[in-house]
Design a protein around this ligand. Structure first.
Ligand SMILES: Nc1ncnc2c1ncn2[C@@H]1O[C@H](COP(=O)(O)OP(=O)(O)OP(=O)(O)O)[C@@H](O)[C@H]1O
Ligand SMILES: [Mg+2]
Length: 386
């Protein structure tokens, strides 16, 4: 601290003598995408976050015109031109930067002229959809919570009498006529079906999860092996994994359940797709990918903590996309477009991902639906068993 006690007892602050810092290095480490455009809207500089944001390296970007990335009617061009003409900082929110190369739906942009370099404009680009995904995630958790209360009631109020009903039917079965036996079997089977449903609901109960290091690739392999001869029969499942990925910090069985629900939904979407140019006749395809995402730290509302979620797992399908009426309630329980669907699959996914402190995002349009999961990795202290 650079405060000294001056005469008279007052505390004065002296300007600290800090060693010179490389501004270039600081800009490189800044987790906000920053680019510098020259007077002709060509890239002169991009920090690492911008390289990631735009999906191109600095080498590829240098001297590339902005119009190579975005159509000329993009609002970004107007902003840059205005910042240049007015010599003032221009901000805009919720911009949609859409082109064959970029797909960002909610970006906050600031354009600032650089007086030292006439004509140059500095742009900061912040993807608000990641922050929004967190908000949504909190809402999903809320949805899952309301289910968890109901799960407890169901388990208590339904399961116990149900075993009584089942037992009674079984007793009757022994002495019933052949015709009546059909009915007792029906009672038994229906009781079993309700029991299975209640057991599915019980997973929503609030129990702490047991975590350990989980190899996410083994989880995906297992899910592929389960799904391929079953729900995903006849569908091509492709894998694109980053083999250097560290283990996730989670519960293996629950993560299997998450991935299986996503793959099952993908397969069901493809199979139920009537459009011949989509999943139907072109061939259904599910792509599973994993990647490591540097610097993905998100602030969680109401908590000083920043969550680090570097593991990214995606499940993509070429089915018809999520129906518009389902979309706003996608992760809520009992929301289903399928005649025999219980609508619990994604509610369970949201609950488990939430319990893991992770994030789930969806991007869906006809022919391409992607569920993107961000998960925490095991840290050293967790590895020590602390
Ligand atoms: N990959 C996808 N493509 C298109 N729509 C999807 C996809 N995944 C989910 N959906 C939509 O979201 C709804 C809810 O999915 P969810 O898994 O929660 O329930 P469900 O699949 O209908 O039933 P359950 O999983 O309980 O058998 C689905 O009915 C479907 O309309
Ligand atoms: Mg489902």
């Amino acid at each position: 601290m650079s405060s000294v006690l001056a005469r008279g007892g007052a505390v004065e602050r002296l300007a600290p003598r800090l060693p010179a810092v490389d501004a270039h290095a600081m800009l490189g480490a800044l987790p906000i995408p920053v680019v510098l455009l020259d007077g002709n809207d060509r890239f002169r500089f991009a920090n690492q976050a911008a390289e990631q944001f735009l999906g191109l390296s600095l080498m590829q970007l240098t001297h590339l015109p902005l119009r190579a990335l975005l159509p000329e009617d993009s609002p970004l061009f107007r902003m840059v031109a205005k910042a240049r003409a007015d010599e003032a900082v221009i901000s805009d929110h919720d911009l949609c930067l859409e082109s064959p190369r970029l797909h960002k739906t909610s970006v906050s942009v600031q354009a600032a002229p650089l007086p030292e370099e006439p004509g140059c404009v500095l742009l900061t680009l912040q993807d608000a959809s990641a922050a929004r995904a967190l908000d949504r995630q909190i809402a999903f958790r809320g949805a899952a919570r309301s289910v968890s209360g109901m799960a407890a009631i169901l388990a208590h109020e339904v399961k116990n009498p149900l075993s009584g009903i089942r037992g009674a039917a079984q007793l009757l079965e022994a002495s019933a006529s052949e015709q009546d036996q059909e009915l007792t079997v029906l009672i038994r089977e229906e009781a079993d079906r309700i029991r299975a449903l209640v057991e599915r609901m019980e997973v929503f109960g609030e129990r702490p999860i047991e975590r350990r290091a989980v190899n996410i690739h083994r989880v995906l392999e297992h899910v592929r092996r389960l799904a391929q001869p079953g729900v995903a029969e006849g569908i091509h499942i492709m894998e694109a994994y980053d083999p250097s990925l560290p283990p996730a910090w989670g519960n293996r069985d629950q993560l299997v359940q998450v991935m299986l629900n996503l793959v099952k939904n993908a397969a069901e979407a493809i199979k139920g797709d009537p459009a011949p140019e989509q999943g139907g006749e072109r061939g259904g395809e599910i792509v599973l990918t994993t990647a490591y995402q540097h610097g993905m730290r998100l602030a969680v509302a109401g908590s000083p903590e920043r969550v680090h979620l570097p593991l990214v797992v995606t499940v993509r399908d070429n089915g018809p996309g999520i129906a518009d009426d389902i979309r706003p309630h996608l992760f809520e329980a009992f929301v289903s477009s399928k005649p025999t669907g219980s609508g619990l699959g994604l509610a369970l996914v949201a609950k488990i991902v939430g319990d893991h402190g992770g994030l789930i995002e969806v991007d869906s349009r006809p022919g391409r639906t992607e569920f993107r999961l961000c998960l925490p990795v095991m840290t050293e202290s967790e590895g020590d068993g602390k």
